[in-house]
Ligand binder design. Structure first.
Ligand SMILES: NC(=O)C1=CN([C@@H]2O[C@H](COP(=O)(O)OP(=O)(O)OC[C@H]3O[C@@H](n4cnc5c(N)ncnc54)[C@H](O)[C@@H]3O)[C@@H](O)[C@H]2O)C=CC1
Ligand SMILES: O=C(O)CCC(=O)C(=O)O
Length: 527
């Protein structure tokens, strides 16, 4: 049974996904202060948050059982991703479910700002009829500058065009061709600043985007510019915005997000030309349902051993290829685990070869799992597919992926190879149609072994009587051989025998096998 802590309120449609599962229990405890969260986090396998809860390194360090953090929304700037990755905790978000709501909110803010609706509303509610005070400006033929043309920025662009605005955008991934296709003017950051009447930001909050709209940016802008931030507090330097508004450079600002939430400094909010909402961009029934369902499904998938759709600290695996790679994902881990038992020295380099059908599927998740299988033996069960590559790098092990369409007799094959100072060891596996996974090569030997259960790998001299001796010795230890595979380099030369046995071979049995004179090496591995 896995324990999930819901630390921020999540829509019940998402919670239903979890509550229907017999594998999880959900504890709802919203509004915990950081100290309380730190003290309780070790009880949980999964943590669900929105933007309020700050999942800091300090909390992650205490989260000894935590496997996944689910963010019901897009921005993950409230989660220390480096710490999560380092501790092998996967972070998932729900990047698509609130795009529409955030775009609609942005448009509502742009329109309310232009027509001073909140100010006029407030006056009227206070019984003041002030028609001449609230003269607005039209959006038609004005230029909207969009900084960050991702999911939300793109939706805002289409809506602004519906308002007959000219749209100009800057995004490091925007090409001239793409802009043309969208009917958007293509510009650099400064072009947008200089030409826009309205500027709206839709980037994530990153080192690079923090305060990207600061004093210098305001200087480049047109007089009477309108500023909109429905993305993240901190993209716009609030002190610089305040100065621009007070000096009259900027005509008004609409802000949904603040550098500190809930706000500490209310100077900006007190300006009459500022309209504001308390981080409501995603606060619609529909968006909250969408993000809750998406994130809860991923949390459940991860806890029950399946792949997730929206990992943040892993590259994303689209659902259509998810089912395609899943069996290889498990095979790769077993190959890594098998091989590390054969590897007697410190691994320096790992090569993973993908051949046949696998040469054109998304292999990154498969690679991560192979590395996980390799590292777990020595680094323990905290190694997972989130931190495997990070930990390999920390251990100075270089990882290379290689694709080849050569099938080597199999329609698909994964070969994991480890280089150490004493040489190279490798193991290959495949998925046989209808028969499942098989280990088909160990170094230069051909075998056919199901990668599961108790396995003994015996290197020996190809001499008469060896198999008999081995069988008797195992029988003495009450061990039944389930399957046996043998291959040799040449008659009377080096040979390999791979046994699957019905129970674990204890150390004394292993040592006795090693003492047989024809045997050069014995390795036991449990897959
Ligand atoms: N107010 C609210 O309630 C909500 C806020 N958000 C926030 O909105 C923002 C955008 O979200 P999405 O569109 O879903 O993200 P996205 O990832 O689809 O788009 C972000 C875009 O910003 C671009 N970008 C990154 N660095 C940039 C830079 N230096 N200059 C210009 N562009 C840059 C990226 O290339 C990307 O195209 C995020 O900060 C997210 O957290 C999202 C949903 C609701
Ligand atoms: O959880 C929320 O309501 C905030 C949504 C948000 O800011 C995001 O998805 O980035």
């Amino acid at each position: 049974m896995f324990n999930i802590l819901m630390a921020d309120p999540i829509s019940h449609e998402g919670l239903d996904v979890l509550q229907k599962s017999e594998f999880v229990t959900v504890v709802g405890d919203t509004g915990l202060i950081p100290e309380e969260l730190k003290n309780r986090i070790s009880e949980f396998d999964a943590l669900l948050v929105r933007s309020q809860t700050k999942v800091t390194r300090e909390i992650i360090e205490k989260a000894i059982n935590l496997k996944i953090i689910g963010r019901a929304g897009v921005g993950v700037d409230n989660i220390d991703l480096d710490a999560a990755t380092e501790y092998g905790i996967i972070v998932v978000n729900a990047p698509n479910g609130n795009t529409n709501s955030a775009a609609e909110h942005t448009m509502a803010m742009i329109m309310a700002l232009s027509r001073k609706i909140p100010q006029a509303h407030f006056a009227l509610k206070n019984h003041r009829w002030e028609r001449s005070k609230y003269v607005g400006v039209e959006l038609k033929n004005k230029t909207l500058g969009i900084i960050g043309l991702g999911r939300i920025g793109t939706e805002v662009a289409y809506r602004a065009k519906g308002q007959r605005m000219n749209v100009m955008a800057y995004d490091p991934f925007l090409t001239e061709e793409k802009a043309e296709k969208m009917g958007v003017d293509y510009g650099g950051f400064e072009d947008v600043l200089k030409q826009a009447d309205y500027i709206t930001v839709h980037t994530p909050l990153l080192k690079e985007t923090r305060h990207m709209i600061g004093p210098e940016a305001f200087e480049m802008m047109k007089n009477d510019v309108h500023i909109v931030n429905c993305a993240r507090g901190g993209i716009i330097d609030e002190a610089a915005l305040y100065d621009a508004l007070v000096s009259g450079k900027a005509a008004g600002a609409a802000i949904d997000v603040l550098e500190e939430e809930p706000f500490q400094d209310h100077r900006l909010l007190d300006l009459p030309q500022v309209i504001a909402t308390p981080h409501l961009g995603a606060s619609t029934v529909e968006a909250q349902e969408n993000v809750a369902i998406d994130v809860c499904q991923d949390v459940l998938s991860h806890l029950t051993g399946d792949l997730v759709k929206n990992p943040v600290n892993l590259s994303s695996v689209p659902s259509d290829i998810l089912s395609q790679i899943e069996p290889y994902f498990h095979l790769a881990e077993k190959l890594g685990h098998f091989l590390i038992h054969l590897t007697k020295d410190v691994p320096e380099e790992v090569n993973i070869y993908y051949s046949g059908k696998l040469s054109d599927v998304k292999i990154a998740p498969i690679t991560r799992n192979a590395v996980k299988g390799l590292l777990q033996r020595h680094l323990g069960s905290h190694v997972n597919d989130v931190n495997a590559l990070y930990l390999a790098e920390k251990k100075d092990i270089t990882i290379h992926e290689n694709r080849t369409s050569t099938t080597k007799g199999f329609t698909n094959m994964i070969t994991v190879e480890v280089k150490t100072k004493s040489g190279v060891r490798r193991v290959s596996g495949t998925l046989l149609n209808g028969l499942g996974a098989r280990i088909v090569r160990v170094d230069h030997y051909s075998v056919d072994v199901m990668p599961e259960g108790h396995i003994v790998i015996i290197h020996h001299q190809d001499l008469p009587g060896v198999i008999g001796k081995m069988g008797s010795l195992l029988a003495k230890h009450d061990i039944n051989i389930a399957t046996m595979q043998v291959d040799r380099s040449d008659i009377g030369g080096d040979a390999i025998m791979i046994l699957t046995i019905d129970k674990y071979l204890e150390k004394d049995g292993l040592d006795e096998l090693k003492e047989l004179e024809e045997i050069t090496d014995v390795t036991a591995v449990d897959l």
